[in-house]
Design a protein around this ligand. Structure first.
Ligand SMILES: [Fe+2]
Ligand SMILES: [Fe+2]
Length: 193
């Protein structure tokens, strides 16, 4: 698919608060950099990054409403954890409202918060770019930034660990797909010889 144009950018910009749009621009830049580094499709990385948070312009109630309008099925854990709804809903908004019909891009949007087992390179790039884009500032982010360009699977494990620890400390629910992602990466770790 072609790189999404200025019309899409403007439409998105109008639907998000400026701080969120700044984050999105950061994710785009980081995702393109990672795509070039690992030989992934730069255009897909840009498009997925641009729209990954496109549902964030809607409040919680509106997100639930749109999920039922668009037939986005939410599992029980996701229903208990509203901040992750924007990912599956975002994939549907990207398709219906922004006209994206590239499944790889839509899947990268759909799984950018919880992850899943056996993620594609593009999915990993969006997941990681979301966490390390230049405006992110939290303890350990520089370590993640370094790892991201050295070993993408190790960086995935570090990003997931960061999220797991955060959620455990908050006594929040952990989505089973996040654990599936974690276990898959641990089991399939490349052993150094
Ligand atoms: Fe997000
Ligand atoms: Fe994001």
């Amino acid at each position: 698919m072609n790189k999404l144009g200025k019309d899409i950018e403007d439409k998105l910009k109008n639907s998000l608060p400026p701080k969120r749009y700044k984050h999105v621009a950061g994710v785009c830049a980081e995702a393109v950099k990672l795509a070039n580094h690992y030989g992934a499709d730069e255009t897909r990385a840009y498009n997925a990054a641009l729209l990954h948070d496109c549902a964030k312009g809607c409040g919680e109630e509106e997100q639930f409403r749109l999920c039922s309008e668009y037939g986005v099925e939410l599992d029980e854990i996701t229903k208990k954890c509203p901040p992750i709804i924007h990912a599956p809903l975002g994939a549907e908004i990207a398709r219906r409202v922004y006209g994206v019909n590239d499944d790889e891009v839509l899947e990268a949007i759909r799984f950018h918060t919880v992850g899943k087992a056996n993620m594609t390179l593009l999915e990993k790039i969006i997941y990681i770019a979301d966490m390390i884009e230049p405006s992110r500032d939290f303890d350990g982010v520089d370590e993640l930034r370094r790892a991201a360009y050295e070993d993408i699977d190790e960086a995935m494990l570090m990003c997931i660990a960061q999220g797991l620890i955060y959620n455990v400390k908050k006594c929040a629910v952990i989505h089973p797909k996040t654990l599936e992602a974690w276990n898959y990466l641990q089991i399939n770790k490349k052993t150094e010889e």
